[in-house]
Design a protein around this ligand. Structure first.
Ligand SMILES: Cc1cc2nc3c(=O)[nH]c(=O)nc-3n(C[C@H](O)[C@H](O)[C@H](O)COP(=O)(O)OP(=O)(O)OC[C@H]3O[C@@H](n4cnc5c(N)ncnc54)[C@H](O)[C@@H]3O)c2cc1C
Length: 388
């Protein structure tokens, strides 16, 4: 796995792996009730993991998306809930603040993110518009010297813990995708309320967040013009980090399945001795290695954001691999696999998330299909050798 990684990358990822295996694994089941994995977040902050997306001058490590993906992969092998919590700190919302926020907010919030003291929420999805972003109703408008935000967002991760909400919103009621920008809203702003709650099959809680006449300083409107296109560029990073979690879940379940197949006996032999079982494990391994190759290639295309086509292909591949591999791992465990006595059922449930967040599979297939029909450039690396 560590081929062609630098010594520094090996050391960093190895340290995270050791922490995840020795501490996070035993705690993972305790987060299935929706509690936030604060112990793990603090331990990762001490290693510098939460500052991976924060520039060095603000206390972070300023690492590329590839390093971030490797770290998420290690965490997801043992704990989906922790990997998702970390994604919130190293993903698109931190990058939006790092690239676009006013200096005062960057200087205050980002060092807190690095220390694990400020959790960030991203608010895109609305009750009547998830994939269909052109139908967002949330709107921010200028009222005198201030901005006023109104709207409802839903299925929001980490809303109860968040110190800052990165909100995608229509600006001055301008229509369509082009009318969407981004504002930062701090916890405690009058009119901001975290309301309805959903418990997910992955273990975490999601929330509804309401903004009712929230007054916001004008400098908190961080993306206004041509907002959606700029937001989408940042999103290609998320399309490499979400699949890194899927890949980790598949690997974690696979490792459990290999161990169990060697220990569990049937008909007087370990079940791994049966060809049917060996082939199952071989197919799981084959899928993981294929998914890993395309994901790493997509991550390495980042400059600073990954290539949209590679990221879309990598995301779908890893998401679907995780669903199949974790499901097969449950099968290897027989009836026990369906119980919560072993981690595979938890990893299987977490793996179901991948195709839903960060761009659904249907949306991404549409993107890929349009690019294919428009005629692929050899520089895409699909029809030519440009990227090899
Ligand atoms: C664990 C978890 C965490 C989340 N965290 C956050 C968060 O922090 N912040 C946030 O903003 N959101 C979050 N979400 C919400 C997530 O981003 C949305 O669920 C997602 O964008 C899809 O939107 P939707 O649920 O409204 O589905 P819809 O848009 O209603 O889509 C329903 C189905 O229709 C399909 N579909 C839609 N349009 C088309 C089309 N044109 N062609 C073919 N098929 C189509 C979709 O692919 C999907 O399968 C989270 C979701 C989950 C499960």
């Amino acid at each position: 796995m560590f081929e062609r990684l630098s010594e520094e990358q090996r050391r960093f990822v190895g340290t995270v792996r050791a922490l995840a295996q020795s501490r996070f694994k035993e705690r993972a089941a305790s987060y299935m009730d929706g509690s936030f994995p604060w112990e793990n977040i603090r331990a990762l902050a001490e290693l510098g993991v939460l500052g991976m997306a924060v520039p060095e001058e603000l206390g972070g490590l300023g690492l590329p998306v590839f390093d971030t993906a490797l770290v998420l992969e290690e965490i997801a092998k043992v704990c989906y809930v922790t990997a998702m919590a970390v994604l919130g700190e190293v993903g698109v919302q931190t990058r939006i603040i790092a690239h676009y926020a006013p200096e005062a907010i960057r200087a205050r919030i980002l060092p807190q993110v690095c220390r694990g003291e400020s959790i960030l929420a991203i608010c895109m999805t609305e009750p009547d518009a998830g994939t269909d972003v052109a139908n967002y109703r949330t709107n921010v408008e200028r009222v005198g010297a201030k901005l006023r935000l109104n709207g409802v967002k839903t299925l929001i991760s980490r809303a109860e813990e968040a110190a800052m909400f990165v909100v995608f919103t229509r600006v001055d009621k301008r229509p369509g995708r082009e009318g969407i920008g981004c504002v930062l809203v701090e916890r405690g702003t009058p009119g901001l309320a975290v309301t309805g709650s959903f418990h997910t099959m992955g273990g975490e809680n999601l929330h509804e967040v309401r903004f009712e006449d929230c007054e916001i300083a004008p400098e908190n409107l961080v993306i206004e013009e041509d907002g959606f296109r700029r937001l989408l560029s940042s999103f290609n990073t998320q399309r490499c980090l979400n699949p890194a979690i899927s890949l980790g879940l598949a690997e974690g379940a696979f490792e459990e399945a290999v161990r169990y197949a060697q220990e569990r006996a049937a008909f007087g032999r370990p079940i791994a001795a049966f060809q049917g079982m060996r082939w199952k494990l071989a197919m799981m391994y084959r899928e993981i290695e294929s998914a890993r190759s395309i994901l790493y290639r997509a991550c390495r295309s980042a400059n600073p954001f990954p290539d949209p086509l590679l990221a879309a292909v990598a995301k779908i591949t890893c998401n679907e691999t995780a669903q199949r591999v974790t499901s097969e791992a449950v099968q290897v465990f027989g009836g026990y696999g369906f119980t919560d006595a072993f981690p595979v059922s938890r990893l299987y449930r977490g793996a179901r998330y991948g195709t839903l967040g960060g761009g659904t599979t249907e949306t991404l297939l549409d993107l890929i299909g349009k690019r294919v029909l428009a005629g692929l450039d050899p520089a895409d690396g699909i029809s030519g050798l440009a990227n090899f």
